[in-house]
Design a binder for this molecule. Structure first.
Ligand SMILES: [Mg+2]
Length: 306
């Protein structure tokens, strides 16, 4: 089964029974009723040796930091802030330098974003993995979902895209602060983070809204690392469109509010890359030529394994 089919099966098998579940499986985080003004956000993500990192190419500090950062990116995608986390670690060996490195990486982000790691689990494992459960909260009026984009809405991304495998995937800065400011300043209709690649995540956003999109390929902000690994401009755009692990924000804004979008938010670039269409097709436009955009982003279960 493909990742999308697996998620659909999980959604169908586990419908929410409790009316406090505002958003269940399928968005960047779950959204749960909390008090008059706030929702709770729950999310979980794991990083696994030889899938997300190689021990020979990274430090344990970076691994600890990344395990937390990918979860923070999902909290940011909802317009929220992190509050508490639980961490499960699978370890092949209990070496002090491994534990210390991972702890330092986690503490760095827990101090920076002022949330607490309040528990977890340790297990022996043939390979290193870290699984994080992260809770957060968001003021009701600032909650952003994947759902909400309408035909005519403009599509925006933060930062620059592509080539993350060079270094950014280990040094990613979750867009918590930027998202917090964005949701206050801008009338955002839908938002998510870009973790699997722009093409893949844009298609997810379009499907969630039963719409299509047109993007201007030449306007996609290409990262300097994507340029470095490309021979031509076209190849660099291909990387920006399809590489995974950008951890930037993807959001849409109704046309009538899209006139006054700043070009930067807290020193991070904001770029309009296209618009939502009524037709459920996905197009890239370059020099007046339209090409179909396919989901070439990262898919955990690409090979049909039944
Ligand atoms: Mg996400």
């Amino acid at each position: 089964m493909k990742e999308e089919q697996i998620i659909q099966l999980i959604q169908k098998s586990l419908p929410a029974k409790n009316k406090d579940v505002v958003v269940g499986i399928g968005d960047d985080t779950a959204v749960i009723k909390y008090d008059k003004n706030n929702y709770l956000l729950f999310t979980t993500d794991s990083i696994v040796e030889n899938v997300h990192f190689k021990k020979t190419q990274t430090t344990f500090y970076q691994i600890g930091k990344k395990a937390i950062a990918v979860n923070l990116s999902d909290i940011a995608a909802m317009g929220g802030i992190p509050t508490y986390a639980l961490v499960s670690v699978g370890l092949p060996e209990g070496k002090k330098e491994i534990i210390n490195g991972i702890l330092r990486g986690m503490k760095k982000l827990s101090d920076k974003y002022k949330f607490d790691i309040v528990g977890g689990n340790l297990t022996k494992s043939p390979f290193l993995f870290i699984d994080v459960f992260m809770a957060g909260k968001v003021e009701k009026k600032y909650l952003k979902l994947r759902n909400g984009a309408k035909p005519g809405d403009s599509i925006y991304v933060t930062g620059s895209l592509g080539g993350s495998q060079i270094k950014k995937h280990l040094n990613l800065i979750p867009r918590i602060e930027e998202a917090k400011t964005l949701v206050k300043k801008i009338k955002i209709s839908a938002m998510m983070d870009i973790s699997d690649g722009l093409s893949s995540d844009l298609i997810k956003l379009a499907k969630a809204n039963k719409v299509g999109f047109e993007i201007y390929l030449d306007k996609i902000p290409v990262s300097s690392d994507a340029k470095k690994i490309s021979k031509t401009e076209e190849e660099a755009i291909f990387h920006a469109l399809n590489d995974g692990e950008d951890y930037e924000l993807l959001f849409t804004v109704p046309e009538k509010y899209s006139k006054n979008i700043p070009s930067k938010i807290l020193s991070i670039q904001i770029t309009q890359i296209g618009r939502i269409t009524t037709q459920k097709s996905y197009y890239g436009i370059s020099n007046g030529k339209r090409t179909k955009i396919k989901d070439k982003g990262f898919n955990h279960f690409k090979t049909p394994a039944n």
